[in-house]
Structures are given as C-alpha cells and as structure tokens.
Ligand binder design. Structure first.
Ligand SMILES: Cc1cc2nc3c(=O)[nH]c(=O)nc-3n(C[C@H](O)[C@H](O)[C@H](O)COP(=O)(O)O)c2cc1C
Length: 388
C-alpha cells in the first residue's frame, strides 16, 4: 500500500488504473485549457499570512452549507459518468461523503440512478439538474429527487451547449461513443477496473434510460441527450424550475456578477461560482479570481460557494478566506475514486481536511467562522486590471 499524503498521489494511481479515455475525460478542459490551468494556478497566487503564539488548541473544521452541517466546508461536485471511473462509482462516492459528513451531489448524467444512490446510502444527498427541454422529464426528475429525500437541488446553468474538449473527440468519447482501436486495446489492459465493471449492471445513464420518453437503449439515449440541452434557456425558464422544486436550491455555474444578481432574483438559496472546472468557456476567468466581484455584488444577500481548481485543503482555506461559505471538489474526489474506490474518496477528503486544519492553525485560526481575508495576502492585480 503506497503512502498517500496528498491528492496528487491519488491522481498518479488513478492514471494507472483507469482506461485512458475516462482519465482524459476527467483530466481535460475545453480548447486550449487556459481556464482549466488557471483555475489551479490562480490559487497559487494567493499567499497565507502566518501568525505565531496564538492558542491553536481546540480546533474544528466543521461548518454549514445552506444551513446543513458539514465536517469541512466542502461538498462533492456533480460529475457525469462517475460510475465509469469505478464500478458503481456514485454509490461509493456518496457513501464516503456521508461517512465523512459532507454533501454528495449526484449528476443528472450519472451512471447510478437517484434511486440506486438513495437505496445504498442513509443520509440525504443533493441532486444536480441540467436545464433540459423535456418538461415532463424535468418535473419527474425533481419529483424523483423529492421521493429520494434529496436535501437540495443544484441547477447547472452553464451548459446550454457543450464546450469542446479535443481529447474526448480524439478518443471517440462522443455521442454516440466511437472508441478508437487504440482505446479498446488500452481498456483491455485495465484488468482490475474491467473485472469490477463486469460485476455491475450499472453501465448506462441510470437517471435517463427508462425515465425519458422513448429512451430504452444506448442509441436512443444518445439521440435524446443530443437534442435535450436547451440553447434557448433564459432566467424565466429557470424560474419555472424553481417552481418545480420547493426545497433548498443552489444555482451552479456563475462567473459574472450580473448573472449572480439574476440568480438571486430566482430565489436560490446559494450560488456556485464555477466555470465547470474549465470545461465550458475557455478563456473565462478562474473561479477564485471571479469570486471577489461576485461577493461584492451579492455576498450579503445570498450564500456564495465556489468550485473549480481545488486540489488541496489550502485551496479550500483560501476560497473560504476570500469569502466563500462552501466549496466543491470534482476531480480531486474522482482521482481518489478511480485510484481506490470508496476508500480513495475518503482518503482524498482526509488529506484535504488535514491540510485545511494545519494551515488554518498556522494562520492563527481555530474554527471556520473565524477565517477571513486577513489570513490572505492578495496581489494588487489579482482580480485583473482589464481595460473593459
Ligand atoms: C469529468 C467531469 C464531469 C462533470 N460532469 C458534470 C455534471 O454532470 N454536472 C455538472 O453540473 N457539473 C459537472 N462537472 C463540473 C463539476 O461539477 C465541477 O464544477 C468541476 O469539476 C469543478 O472543478 P474541479 O474538477 O477542478 O474541482 C463535471 C466535471 C468533470 C471533471
């Protein structure tokens, strides 16, 4: 058993274990991947202010997100096809999250269905919802989430059309999938992954097959998903979704203060400052850079969360210090899942919690609510000195 001290260690094992086409699917951004890279490198621009001789005993990393207790201000982000990174991956990740005491968010495009995850976990999870055209499907999706006792819905608003990731097209990970011969050979070499996959029945989009009209098999599924993303989406349509769900609502995919204000008017409980992990508009600002302006615009009226680029507990600390009430990890938990299944997700959360706690203490703070911008050293031009 290798000694795992950080998320990068899990990523190395993940890369060896999972077929290249699924590794590439997670580990890529759109076009030149500038935003994907800057999501990470912009965290490095922030420095932490060390303090000494301050009592650091009695520490706690516990906090709340949308009024729900969390053991660390982090949730697992919705990640499509998680069940292809590891067999029954959504169930494994949800179990790790509930034992650790943080929310798990199930993607609309998951392999395990809402019902699968609910049956195999004890605590409520959060349901991510894409803004699709099929009203009947959308209504039933919210109803299914309600029946499964989901404690929040997360509506993703930044995917009216798909950003292009070169690697996916080259690997044939398209709709419908056309894996290349090279990919098939690579897949055949991933024996432990393949054996696990053979042992599960869950290999297609569990929330959709059998639930959307006319979708009964993979080929009709790809046809359906291809036509369902709503390019005509507007805020009135999002208000209609708000009416379909009367529980806590989070709007995901905001990177501009004007959109943050719109989300506020919809009656959301929180927004997630996110550029979809650099997978949508390449050239968009990193989330951590976009955060201060959004906090200035709506921070006193709505809870503001952040994702994109978090790879360590120090990144979580920096986002919270900047003013985010909570954060989400996407790839950082996928690395753990692909490397070691449920235990890997737990490991990813454990190493980040440790990093968060130690760094918080060395900044002279002992609880999440006492963390503020004073622990950060922010470059003058961090938000960018743009001409327009
Ligand atoms: C492989 C992959 C699949 C994703 N699928 C979804 C999805 O189905 N729904 C969604 O709202 N966001 C999706 N996202 C975006 C994540 O929820 C999250 O915003 C992003 O991963 C955060 O960036 P990070 O990976 O750097 O932490 C996906 C991200 C990745 C990497």
């Amino acid at each position: 058993m290798p000694v795992i001290t950080n998320v990068e260690d899990l990523k190395r094992i993940y890369k060896r274990r999972v077929p290249k086409m699924f590794y590439d699917y997670a580990e890529s951004g759109s076009y030149t991947e500038q935003t994907f890279r800057e999501n990470i490198s912009d965290f490095d621009q922030l420095r932490l202010r060390q303090r000494v001789a301050i009592d650091m005993t009695g520490r706690s990393t516990a906090s709340q997100m949308i009024g729900q207790d969390v053991s660390l201000p982090v949730a697992l982000a919705p990640v499509g096809l998680t069940g292809m990174q590891s067999a029954d991956g959504e169930i494994k990740a949800a179990r790790a999250a509930e034992k650790f005491g943080v929310p798990f968010t199930l993607s609309t495009m998951s392999i395990c269905s809402i019902e699968d995850v609910a049956e195999n976990t004890d605590k409520p999870f959060w349901m991510q919802v894409y803004t699709l055209k099929d009203d009947d499907f959308m209504r039933r999706l919210f109803d299914r989430a309600k029946d499964a006792k989901c404690s929040a819905a997360v509506i993703t608003v930044d995917l009216q059309m798909l950003g292009q990731r070169h690697k996916d097209l080259k690997n044939g990970l398209s709709a419908p999938p056309k894996p290349t011969f090279k990919n098939m050979v690579n897949l055949a070499t991933k024996v432990p992954w393949g054996l696990e996959m053979l042992g599960t029945k869950r290999r297609f989009f569990g929330n959709i097959v059998g639930h959307a009209k006319g979708v009964k098999d993979p080929s009709s599924l790809f046809e359906w998903t291809h036509t369902q993303f709503d390019q005509a989406l507007n805020w009135d349509r999002i208000r209609e979704f708000r009416k379909m769900w009367d529980g806590p609502l989070i709007i995901k995919g905001i990177i501009d203060p004007r959109d943050a204000k719109e989300a506020l008017n919809v009656g959301a409980d929180a927004i997630i400052v996110s550029n979809h992990g650099g997978r949508q508009l390449d050239g968009a600002l990193s989330s951590i850079r976009a955060l201060p302006a959004i906090l200035d615009a709506v921070g006193d009226k709505i809870e503001v969360h952040l994702d994109s680029g978090i790879r360590s507990g120090q990144d979580i600390l920096k986002a919270v210090a900047m003013g985010a009430k909570g954060t989400y990890i996407g790839r950082a938990f996928i690395y753990g899942l692909g490397a070691m299944g449920e235990a890997g997700v737990t490991k990813s959360l454990e190493v980040m919690q440790k990093e968060f706690e130690v760094s918080m203490a060395l900044c002279g703070r002992t609880s999440v609510e006492t963390i503020d911008r004073d622990i950060l050293m922010i470059p003058d031009d961090f938000e960018g000195n743009w001409a327009s």
